[in-house]
Design a protein around this ligand. Structure first.
Ligand code: HSE
Length: 298
């Protein structure tokens, strides 16, 4: 018995939702093949596309599956093959795709003892291994699709939010690696009341805009004065990229997860294509190596 799946990339934070908001990309992601074995063992049998640990207790997919099997009290063994298309340290949920994909497939092969929402906590164990912190803002949208909101971590409560159909994400990935662990270290631990008010006003408005499909309000809400000022310093020409995206009609622009990828959220394919071209042209002129993606949110 085996299952072949697509494990999607995700964009976490979305400016005002640090550690609580994320969305799932439709056409960017890894491929995984998960197969039952008779060895009562989790084996990472093959990884292509990236150099990552094959020992299952050092691999995010292995650790996430172990957490699931422990709670299910199952001794079933699995072989996991991963074709990594998402680069590690890119900021579009590379570790989350592996963790979420693995628990999703294993759960299916076990006859679905857990709901998708219940799988989030197992996938978070992969994030703990990867970054030292078990955040859910990538694994939740990878499992649930669309947008998701972590209402609270203790107890864990995650909500799926609607996804306005015309939204498009342009992802620009400068080919430098930023480890989530490191980009969490540059953030301040204390926030002023003034900044907190600004942030929760925007986050609430953003959630409202998803329900009402108010694209303009969504754009006005993609703001972040708490994290972006510190992390953007690590991204080449961040302020200029942002100016280019907004001048060319993007709804909003920000850092994808912990970077270095940045995102431009756009309304409609045509605008997204235009913004993509402008961002591409700017980095090409500066001789900066990059990758680009354009995707629906699904
Ligand atoms: N919310 C996490 C962070 C996501 O920004 O550190 C990491 O991809």
């Amino acid at each position: 018995e085996e299952l072949r799946i697509f494990a999607p990339a995700t964009v976490a934070n979305l400016s005002c939702g640090f550690d609580v908001l994320g969305c799932c990309l439709e056409n960017v992601g890894d491929e995984m093949l998960i197969r039952k074995n008779d060895l009562r063992e989790i084996r990472i049998t093959k990884i292509t596309g990236q150099e990552l640990p094959l020992e299952s207790d050092r691999n995010v997919a292995g650790v996430a599956v172990q957490a699931l099997l422990k709670e299910a009290r199952s001794t079933q063994g699995f072989d996991i093959e991963i074709d990594k298309k998402i680069k590690a340290g890119s900021g579009i949920g590379s570790s989350a795709a592996s963790s979420a994909g693995a628990v999703y497939a294993v759960n299916k092969l076990l006859g679905e003892p857990f709901s998708k929402n219940e799988l989030i906590k197992f996938a978070m164990e992969g994030e703990r291994l990867a970054s030292g912190n078990a955040h859910a803002d990538n694994v939740a949208p990878a499992l649930l699709g669309g947008f998701s909101l972590v209402k609270s971590y203790e107890p864990l409560e995650v909500l799926k939010l609607p996804s306005p159909p015309e939204l498009r994400m342009v992802i620009l990935h400068p080919l430098i690696e930023i480890k989530t662990r490191d980009s969490r270290a540059v953030i301040r631990q204390n926030v002023s009341l003034q900044k907190a008010i600004f942030q929760w006003g925007n986050l609430a408005a953003l959630v409202s805009s998803l329900y009402t499909e108010d694209y303009a309000l969504l754009g006005r809400s993609l703001k972040d004065e708490i994290i972006e000022p510190f992390r953007s310093i690590l991204i080449p020409h961040f302020d200029k990229l942002k100016a280019i995206a907004l001048e060319n009609g993007a709804l909003g622009f920000g850092i994808s997860g912990s970077g270095p990828s940045v995102f431009a959220m756009c309304k409609g394919e045509e605008n997204a294509e235009n913004v993509r071209g402008k961002l591409e042209g700017f980095y090409a002129d500066k001789n900066i190596a990059f990758e680009l993606h354009l995707s629906k949110i699904n």
